[in-house]
Design a protein around this ligand. Structure first.
Ligand code: ATP
Length: 582
């Protein structure tokens, strides 16, 4: 396809040169008017050359655009695959909005390069080359003199291009920042309204818009600089050609036709040469975007399968942490010397003050993050020695933010089990106490849940998420049992569904409710990243330590069942909870 596009480009250049060449007989033969042959040949030649130029232009442009757009598409796909598999820490560091802007702003810029620059550059370079050849053929001394001006133009073009690439890189970064600000304000729309923060958010976004404007204008100014430089140089070149040509005609060294044809070649070469200068600017901007995109494509996650990693086949579900240390940033220890044992089928509850490290422990089991020291074992096998796919296939996850995808309820339940039959999906929904509300929806299982599932209530979302975990039927269940946002009836239904989900599975649960801790085989009490106490509810209450303290806060409430025992704040000076990452 590329070869065909190049063929058409050559055709365009030759046809343009053909038209220019016809200027000579048009003047010399027609002005002479002795031979009527040329009266017909010249106009027909012009029409034919015009037709060839037009058709070849269209064909090469379409072919190049197709190639270019496919390249952009392939880059988008590759970038998406890389980001999808990237470590969670990478995504948290770079921010999702910034990543998103790479798929939009950066890609538009790249598409621009591909469509305008790559197509145009090939065509214009060929035109300049062929027309220069024609000039040399017609009057080599004058042609060489005219061509001296081209290198003079190259210097400012290259300098301006380099500057533009720098500004463009900066500008794309700022556009990512702008997307992040808008995304923040829209996601937090409820907060913005509740706290009347319109002016504040307008100011924040305004600053981002201003920065983007300043950089865009700086880029436009730099681009515009090239025009006076180029136009003046070209004007000088043409004036010189005219003077020289005039003297040559007067001296009878050349004919009017030959000179006009030469001059037409200079004029015809001027447009593509000028085009090349502006395309260089576009190309440099595109290169900045390409560099940013390739930096993503070239990223390699650090959480990968070890060489020789084995498959974790069907497991009984034993989980053990041995002297596990962990840090998110490589410096601040978040978990210290964690030892934890969950036998197959057992339920272990994690409780403790906010920021104690409960969510972090859940994150480590499916290797969302890798531990700094120690080992985590699944059925006796180090989690780092088994393949990520087989490890995660054995783990079910129900988190605080029950995230649903903007798809049908059926697709949301079958997420992770695309081969599930309708019966299996319905059975999972029944067990999750979701079937009844689903069939009452206008489109039943085909109902679209909206962005993040926002068309469903909080309790409904949780039940769909539980159904998803039911369907996956993994032997190990990681559960962040946050039902405090639900009303009592909804909470009871969700709680019953969760109890069914936990049956026969190894469960590590961040317990927010008394009934869960009462039924847990063991409770691990975490404080500031360390396990402070281990035992059953009654043992720990009898011990009179941190757990007893936390339970007392709960029991002192009029409605002990619904108070969240994992939400007690850490005292001042200690770490406090950040957004959990799961
Ligand atoms: N992605 C992250 N990057 C850096 N630090 C983090 C990250 N997630 C959590 N932390 C920090 O790790 C510590 C433990 O957080 P974690 O979320 O595990 O606590 P938690 O016990 O689950 O709290 P909560 O009950 O409030 O959810 C906190 O100090 C928190 O600030």
């Amino acid at each position: 396809m590329l070869a065909l596009a190049v063929f058409f480009m050559v055709l365009v250049a030759l046809a343009t040169a053909g038209q220019v060449y016809l200027v000579k007989p048009a003047f010399d033969e027609l002005l002479d008017s002795r031979d009527t042959f040329w009266v017909w040949v010249v106009p027909v030649g012009f029409v034919a050359a015009g037709l060839i130029t037009g058709v070849a232009n269209m064909a090469q442009s379409l072919l190049m655009q197709r190639i270019g757009l496919r390249v952009v598409q392939a880059m988008q796909q590759q970038m998406f695959s890389t980001i999808l598999r990237a470590d969670l820490s990478y995504l948290q560091e770079t921010g999702t909005s910034r990543q998103l802007s790479r798929f939009t702003t950066d890609m538009y810029m790249l598409r621009d390069v591909v469509i305008k620059a790559l197509t145009g550059i090939g065509r214009d370079v060929l035109k300049v080359v062929v027309l220069s050849g024609l000039m040399i053929y017609q009057n080599w001394q004058m042609a060489l003199a005219a061509l001296v001006f081209f290198p003079l133009c190259v210097f400012p073009i290259v300098r301006i291009g380099r500057l533009l690439r720098k500004i463009s890189t900066q500008s794309l970064g700022e556009q990512g920042q702008m997307t992040a600000v808008i995304d923040d304000a829209l996601k937090g729309a409820r907060q913005v309204k509740a706290y009347n923060m319109y002016t504040y958010e307008e100011g924040r976004a305004g600053n981002a818009f201003e920065t983007v404007f300043l950089l865009a204008f700086k880029s436009a100014r730099t681009r515009a600089f090239s025009y006076p430089i180029l136009d003046t140089l070209v004007g000088v070149c043409m004036a010189a050609v005219l003077v020289w040509g005039g003297f040559q005609i007067k001296a009878g060294e050349t004919t009017v036709g030959a000179f006009m044809s030469f001059f037409a070649a200079v004029l015809a070469a001027y447009q593509p040469a000028r085009g090349l200068a502006s395309m260089n600017a576009t190309l440099q901007e595109g290169l900045a975007a390409a560099r940013r995109c390739f930096s993503v494509i070239d990223y390699r996650p650090s959480i990968v399968n070890r060489p020789g990693a084995t498959e974790l086949s069907s497991v009984s579900g034993e989980v053990a942490f041995r002297n596990v240390d962990f840090t998110y940033d490589g410096e601040t220890p978040v978990l210290k010397d964690i030892n934890l044992d969950v036998k197959a089928g057992e339920t272990v509850a994690l409780v403790g003050r906010s920021g104690g490290g409960k969510s972090t422990i859940l994150n480590l089991v499916p290797r969302f993050y890798d531990i700094s020291a120690g080992e985590i074992f699944i059925d006796g096998a180090p989690a780092r020695d088994v393949t990520l796919e087989s490890l995660r296939a054995n783990i079910g996850l129900v988190t605080q933010e029950t995230l649903l995808f903007n798809d049908t309820i059926r697709a949301n339940i079958a997420y992770g089990r695309l081969d599930a039959t309708q019966e299996e999906i319905e059975q999972a929904a029944r067990n999750a106490a979701a079937h009844d509300f689903i069939v009452e929806l206008p489109d039943g299982y085909n109902t679209l849940v909206g962005e993040h599932g926002l068309r469903l209530s909080g309790g409904q979302r949780q039940r769909v998420a539980i159904a998803r975990a039911m369907l996956k039927n993994a032997p190990i269940l990681l559960l962040d049992e946050a039902t405090s946002a639900l009303d009592t009836e909804s909470e009871r239904i969700v709680q019953e569904a969760l109890s069914r989900l936990m049956q026969g599975r190894t469960t590590i649960v961040i317990a927010h409710r008394l009934s869960t801790v009462m039924h847990a085989n063991r409770i691990y009490v975490l404080d500031k990243g360390c396990i402070e106490e281990v035992g059953t509810h009654s043992e720990l209450v009898a011990k009179g330590g941190l757990y007893a303290q936390l339970s007392k806060i709960q029991f002192d409430q009029p409605d002990g069942e619904t108070v969240d025992i994992a939400a007690v704040e850490t005292p001042a000076g200690a770490d406090t909870g950040a957004e959990q990452a799961v």
